[in-house]
Design a protein around this ligand. Sequence first.
Ligand code: TPP
Length: 729
Amino acid sequence: MLAHRNALTMKVAERSADEPVAAGLSAPELVEFYRLMYLSRRTDDREIMLKRQQKIFFQVSCAGHEALLVAAGMAMKPGYDWFFPYYRDRALCLALGNTVEEQLLQSVGAADDPASGGRQMPSHWASRKLNIVSASSSTATQCLHAIGCAEAGRYFTHHPEAAAKVAGDYREFKDVKFHGDEVVYVSIGEGATSQGEFWESLNTASNSKLPVVYVIEDNGYAISTPVEANTPGGNISRLIANFPNFHFAEVDGTDAVASHEAMVGAVAYCRAGLGPAVVHGHVTRPYSHSLSDDERLYRSKEELEADSLRDPILRMEMWLVRQGILDAAGLNELQRKVDEEVQRASDRAQEAVLPKPDSILLHVYSEDLKPTDARFDTAVEFTADQNERTMLDLINNCLRDEMERDERIVVFGEDVADATRDKDLRAGKIKGKGGVFKVTHGLQKEFGNDRVWNSPLAEANIVGRAIGMAVRGMKPVVEIQFFDYIWPAMHQMRNELALMRWRSNGAFDCPLVMRVPTGGYLTGGSIYHSQSGESIFTHTPGVRIVMPSNALDAIGLLRTAIRCDDPVIFLEHKRLYRETFGRSAYPGPNYSIPFGKARIVKPGKDLTVITYGAVVPRALQAAQRMEREHGKDVEIIDLRSLAPYDWEAIAESVRKTSKVIVAHEDMLSWGYGAEIAARIGDELFHDLDGPVRRVGAMDTFVAYQPLLEDAILPQAEHLFQAMVELAAF
Ligand SMILES: Cc1ncc(C[n+]2csc(CCOP(=O)(O)OP(=O)(O)O)c2C)c(N)n1
């Protein structure tokens, strides 16, 4: 301790340049530390000026957080470790190697903004080169991505062959990097630690002893809400202290030296594989929440003055001078150079080329490999085993085939494993579960516990982690136990899964598969085991939605879902899992069907029904009755793929029959059929001989009592009535 103090008070002239002065940092490193802090502050100041001049359109600053964040950046390895930063993290990104010009290119919304190509607000950091993964504006979603990212690093370390590029599927386009001892950084404000996703991430970080370092940037406010309103007792460190396997440090985040010591200790703990760490830094927020906020409305003058005395820039300046590391002239010189650098970067950014409107739709989906590609159009190759299998069997077969072929695939979700405590499973004493519907039965036993496992009961945890893994090049095929419980994952699906590629202008992507048992007709399924709702997801660009109605389509479409390069929501109708309708023999390990291709279930010339899922067999029943009782020949089209959908097949059929019904199980109003019907009305008006009819569920949820369920969901009878009425036109 004494020796340390002596080192601190030693004058600059008396030491050699690389001798540590404090927290393991030499005098030049401490000067660089300060330079980065000051560079960050001056970049914020410049952005504020540009915003006031209306040259940029938003500003949120790092001011007050600089010491903690430069410490984090200096304690970690850019391009080696992985980073999921909060919007306050300008100083971290500068310390990692981001340039001011790169940051200001985002502020002006330039085409060459490396983080997003003008798509995201300033301070939404991303850099492929530095492993800074694109972040949304949603607070706390990033915590789960960090978990998945750390899991992927561990997975590739244990399965190095899985990292190889393979031609013919998504792997062709993924450069996998891993080192075995990389650490994942994630940061968050103290306010956002109230979000469930933060806690869901601590759960897995702790349980799996993942090398994730959390930096909690506690500036005491979440916009205008003070810490005690978010955090019971006012201190997040106290609340999380009992999570096993963590290293915890609480530090004055305005103190550069103390912050660096805390970060180095935390990173060393993670890098040694001992588990995750939290560095809770108390910082200040001198520039309000953002430029759209005026904190004088909710913080007193006295409170703000007290904060200003802790300003990290001033503290570091005084410390450097006191230590004799810099004098006034040295400080002035450094500041002048930084100001010039910011000025130059600002001038260049303002001259930057802006993105062109014709680039808007680029990177909504993969530009490399589309699931509509002809390579997915393969022929069935039936094997000697001609036994008819159910949809459930063939989905299980597909998962098996693909896991065999592609070691990057992992399967997790609620209860999908055979048995988490696997001793008795391996001993052959128990059969294993493999999902509440048994779709994943036998996979854990065959492929091992690190490829198939039970997640916590937390849907955001499942999807958020899967996103983090997919960003690293893995292919998670996760299960949401029932469509009815997809909603906790909705935030991850809508704001993250669907957007990773577009918002990063193609720099990052997260192709993965979500298998989701869906739908009703269960007799007693009731409200919370019968829901549909596909249009909620088809309304989200960036994800593909498919829904097979028979076994052969299920195996073919799932294979495409897994091999393609886009995120896919694969809807499996529970009622069809074991149905006699639509069984098939196993069509071989490479059978796949391109997305966006409908199937004509029954050709006809008098009337068209466009449908999918469990309504397909009901429409068929109604069509057969139409033929028997009215002599009408109904064409039935099973869309199979809802986004993208086969407009050509629809148009061709409508041109032929001139009468069309769009039918689905989900509620009628605002349902999937509304879009199809509107487009038919718009583009095929002159081909129609009657109104475009829709058949769907009543506008309410499915009731338990079978009498009510039958009335609520569309039945063959409803379809028949609609056919009769339309045929009469
Ligand atoms: C999920 C979500 N809810 C609300 C917001 C709006 N919002 C943006 S920042 C913020 C406050 C965050 O406070 P904190 O986490 O303490 O970070 P700080 O801004 O203080 O650094 C809020 C409510 C958001 N971006 N995301």
